[in-house]
Design a protein around this ligand. Structure first.
Ligand SMILES: [Zn+2]
Length: 117
């Protein structure tokens, strides 16, 4: 079974367990953790080994859709979807992806950044 690494989204509010990150063995079909099992603060999955992650990380329907939009060059669609999904799942990788897609769509995201402060 693959090992996944998780880290606190907000280091200031987290406990020792998740602040510096921790690893956990999960089955591939298990959904990613969104909250620290100890302090219940939001965490995200750390993408530390691309080969493992690409194969091991479950691809959701939403992610497939995002990928489709990206392939078709519909950056704003992809960004909005990634953005929504990131909010829902607290996944840092999707948040970064949304930002990149917004950039490609030509958005001015000075405003967008503030949303996450
Ligand atoms: Zn914690």
């Amino acid at each position: 079974m693959p090992t996944y690494a998780y880290k606190a989204v907000n280091g200031d509010k987290s406990c020792d367990h998740c602040r510096s990150g921790f690893e956990i063995i999960q089955r591939m079909v298990e959904p990613p953790l969104t909250h620290c099992p100890q302090c219940q603060n939001p965490i995200y999955r750390v993408l530390f080994a691309p080969t493992v992650v690409v194969k091991g990380s479950p691809v959701t329907e939403t992610e497939k859709k995002i990928r489709e939009y990206e392939k078709e060059g519909k950056w704003s669609h992809a960004a909005e979807l990634a953005d929504k999904e990131a909010e829902k799942t607290k996944r840092e990788d999707l948040r970064v992806r949304a930002l990149e897609d917004y950039k490609k769509a030509g958005y001015n995201f000075d405003k967008y950044d503030k949303k996450f402060e």
